[in-house]
Write a protein that binds this ligand. Structure first.
Ligand code: SAM
Ligand code: SF4
Length: 327
């Protein structure tokens, strides 16, 4: 078991496969200075990912999520999925959805039955403004394809005040006929993403907006759920809110992260990282490094976001950009 000093057990590992992406979401990908992609030799190769994942599984990890960057642009992603599918874990991934249609069979063979797809707008123009790429139709058709193929689909929408927040209504309406699970995510600060608290549309505001139009009720949340879940009466799908900024959910956190260059982070907002890839290459005791990293986890949001959201100095936060952490 991977237990920290607050007695939280960690059985969920998120592995970033790359810090590259085919989209340029403004809230995620830094533009200035230009994003420095890691050189190939600094990245974990498929075998190294497999070996590190195996150590985490031995230590008690039961769920692995692949992320990025965009995980599906990595050339050997099918091989990685195949390797990790041999472990007794729930394997899943988070993707921007553009290449999903090419991986349906790979997922099925690996026993992946649940996929998170990011989609911040139901209008192609707004999608283009936010992602700076013109792939709305592709992402939408791939979400519908996943549903037809019987996958459990969660749609992640980052809510940006004055940009897409009114679309919350349309996203909830979408769950009337489709068994989708839409998750509204509060906008979070990361290195060079120009975060400003005025752009955060909070959980309270989301619920208030939704209640003007819908009659919904609270669902039971699963242990370790980061989202608070709701459903409109008689709708096929559900919606949820991830309130990292206004109401963090750290007390029951079970998540660990491995960046594409093999650094372990015990929290999305941790200031420190532990270089597992170098340790693996140097045949050092990776297991002990993992245990210590878990033990050192801070109580809440990496120990560096205690201030109220309005007083947060985003520029002073010590962290990577989101695209190089793996959300
Ligand atoms: N490329 C994949 C995708 O977009 O789903 C996986 C990587 S992305 C970094 C993972 C998730 O983080 C996405 O749902 C994305 O919307 C979310 N994300 C990125 N930057 C964020 C931010 N500043 N605040 C909140 N969520 C963010
Ligand atoms: Fe790429 Fe996902 Fe970041 Fe958008 S949110 S830039 S799709 S990694």
């Amino acid at each position: 078991m991977l237990t920290d000093s607050f007695n939280r057990n960690h059985d969920y590992l998120r592995i970033s496969l790359t810090d590259k992406c085919n989209l340029r979401c403004t809230y995620c990908m830094p533009v200035d200075p230009p994003h420095g992609f890691y050189a190939g030799k600094n990245l974990m190769n498929a075998e190294e990912i497999n070996r590190l994942a195996g150590i985490f599984v031995k230590l008690g990890v039961k769920k692995i999520r692949l992320t990025g960057g965009e995980p599906l642009i990595r050339k050997d992603v099918a091989q990685i999925i195949h390797l990790l599918s041999q472990y007794p874990v729930k394997l899943t991934l988070t993707t921007n959805g553009v290449f999903l249609d090419q991986f349906i069979e790979v997922f099925k063979q690996a026993g992946i039955n649940s996929v998170n797809v990011s989609l911040d707008s139901l209008e192609s123009n707004a999608f283009k403004i936010i992602s700076q790429r013109d792939h709305f139709d592709k992402v939408m058709s791939n979400i519908l394809l996943l549903l037809r193929e019987g996958f459990h689909v969660k749609v992640n929408m980052v809510v940006l005040k004055e940009l897409n927040h009114l679309e919350i209504i349309d996203f909830i309406q979408w769950t009337k006929e489709y068994p989708l699970h839409v998750r509204f995510i509060e906008y979070m600060p990361f290195r060079d993403n120009n975060w400003n608290h005025l752009q955060v549309f909070t959980a309270e505001e989301i619920l208030s907006l939704a209640s003007r139009k819908f009659n919904f009720y609270k669902l039971n949340d699963r242990p370790n759920d980061t989202a608070r879940n709701f459903q409109v009466h008689d709708y096929k799908g559900t919606f949820a809110i991830i309130s990292t900024m206004s109401d963090p959910f750290c007390s029951n956190c079970n998540r660990l992260r491995l960046t594409a260059d093999g650094k372990m982070k015990n929290c999305l907002f941790s200031t420190g990282e532990v270089d597992l890839l170098s340790a693996l290459r140097n045949q050092e005791d990776v297991e002990q490094l993992i245990r210590q990293c878990v033990w050192d986890k801070k109580a809440e949001r990496g120990g560096q976001m205690d201030a109220a959201m309005e007083d947060l100095k985003a520029d002073a936060l010590m962290n990577r950009s989101m695209i190089s952490i793996g959300g």
